[in-house]
Structures are given as structure tokens and as C-alpha cells.
Design a protein around this ligand. Structure first.
Ligand code: PEP
Length: 254
């Protein structure tokens, strides 16, 4: 079964209401491949979710950038999975490296969040990836496998999970992984899923790449056999995000 190309835009903690309206207008006017070729999801900060959801074209979807690990309640400052469901927000990004590093989210905590969000009916973009030190120490696959295992230990149905392989050294640095580096980890990750989850999950789960993807490098990266799309940070705030969405065509003609 072909895996549908997936392009996510992570807007992080950026934007004013005016800027958000401008980005939405640019997206709404864009000519992009149809929904059967590419799935597009944009992730504004929480406060702009209702604005984006109500103004964005209907063939693009929205994601939150995080949600709480269990049912809401006395957790000041948090937003629960139930609230996202209540607002009809279909997707959530979990385990982003900025949250792992800055907010000390452990593999287990991320795994718990993924399981809880899925159980509430959300679809999850689950992020994994190694630091530069870990790569240089030769432990890339150990790190990525441990992060994925913490999810696999808690999740049995993978149909609503997209894995984002995001090497930390490539995020926001302009230092994109080479197509060969990305393909190598995606291939290893798929083999890990085949061995530790199932052949079917390995064959059908989308593994997308994130880390300094832009309009110039997206086609070659997207052409790799096991790269099923992208999670885009900085460039998702710019018109070149449209070019990145169009990179889905490389798979169509492959
Ligand atoms: C991200 O934050 O998920 C990301 C990939 O950022 P950037 O594209 O800016 O490297």
C-alpha cells in the first residue's frame, strides 16, 4: 500500500494574529497537488488554532504543538487532548525535540502522551531524533530506537501515527541532513518497526523528515524511498512552504 506524502508545518511560538491571517491567505490561494497525493497539516500556536481552523482551506488540516499527558484538571497552563477534540483539531505534534530538551520531556512521558492522545481520537505526529553528540558517538539508531520503543510499548494501533525523524542538529540550524543520511535512518527505523512491531506497521507508517527543509532541498530529500514527507519549521512560515508541499509530486512520478 502506498504511503501518502505528508507535509506538516510547525509554526512553533511565532506570529501575531495579523501574520497568521497572512500565512493562511497565502496557503488558501496556493495551487498544490490534490489531497490524494499529499496530506497537509499546519500547526499554529494554541491561541491561534480556532482562527486558523475557521479560515484555512478545507483540504488542509490543523495540529496542536503539544497536549497534556492525561485527562485535564488541575494542570495550570496545560491544554488537554479532550479540548483539542472538542474544538475539532484532528492532529497533535508530540515529543518535539524542543520540548524534550527544554522542558525535559522523557521518552516515557512522550510515549504516555502519544498513547493518551491516540486514545482520545487525535492523530499524532511523534518526533524522534538524535543530537549531534549522539550522532558523533555513533548512537543515532540506539537513540531513535529507544524513543520509538517508548511509543511502541504503549501503542497498539499505529494507523493514526506519523513518525517525524528530526535530527536535533538539523533543526533550525540550516544544516539539513543529506538525502543519504535521512534515507539511512528512515530505512533503519522502518526495519526496527518491522522487527519490533509488525511488517504491516513498518510498511504503512509514514516516516517524515524534519530539520532545515526548504524549497531548495525538498525534492531530493522527498525522492528518497523511505522519506514520506516533511515536518517543516522555519520555512513553513514562508511562501516556500508551497514548494515543499509540491515536492509530493516526486513520489507520484516515481
Ligand atoms: C521543526 O521545528 O520541527 C523543524 C524541522 O524546524 P526547521 O525546519 O526550522 O529546522
Amino acid at each position: 500500500m502506498a504511503r501518502k506524502f505528508f507535509v506538516g508545518g510547525n509554526w512553533k511560538c511565532n506570529g501575531t494574529a495579523e501574520e497568521v491571517k497572512k500565512i493562511v491567505n497565502t496557503l488558501n490561494e496556493a495551487q498544490v497537488p490534490s489531497q490524494d497525493v499529499v496530506e497537509v497539516v499546519v500547526s499554529p500556536p494554541y491561541v491561534f488554532l480556532p482562527l486558523v481552523k475557521s479560515t484555512l482551506r478545507s483540504d488542509f488540516f490543523v495540529a496542536a504543538q503539544n497536549c497534556w499527558v492525561k485527562k485535564g484538571g488541575a494542570y495550570t497552563g496545560e491544554v488537554s487532548a479532550e479540548m483539542l477534540v472538542n474544538l475539532d483539531i484532528p492532529w497533535v505534534i508530540l515529543g518535539h525535540s524542543e520540548r524534550r530538551a527544554i522542558l525535559n520531556e522523557s521518552n516515557e512521558f512522550v510515549g504516555d502522551k502519544v498513547a493518551y492522545a491516540l486514545a482520545q481520537g487525535l492523530k499524532v505526529i511523534a518526533c524522534v531524533g538524535e543530537t549531534l553528540e549522539e550522532r558523533e558517538a555513533g548512537s543515532t539508531m540506539d537513540v531513535v530506537a529507544a524513543q520509538t520503543k517508548a511509543i511502541a510499548d504503549r501503542v497498539s494501533n499505529w494507523s493514526n501515527v506519523v513518525i517525524a525523524y528530526e535530527p536535533v542538529w538539523a533543526i533550525g540550524t540550516g544544516k539539513v541532513a543529506s538525502p543519504a543520511q535521512a534515507q539511512e535512518v528512515h530505512d533503519e527505523l522502518r526495519k526496527w518497526l518491522a522487527k519490533n512491531v509488525s511488517a504491516d506497521v513498518a510498511a504503512t507508517t509514514r516516516i517524515i523528515y524534519g530539520g532545515s527543509v526548504n524549497g531548495g532541498n525538498c525534492k531530493e530529500l522527498g525522492g528518497q524511498a523511505d522519506v514520506d514527507g516533511f515536518l517543516v519549521g522555519g520555512a513553513s512560515l514562508k511562501p516556500e512552504f508551497i514548494d515543499i508541499i509540491k515536492a509530493a509530486e516526486v513520489k507520484k512520478s516515481a
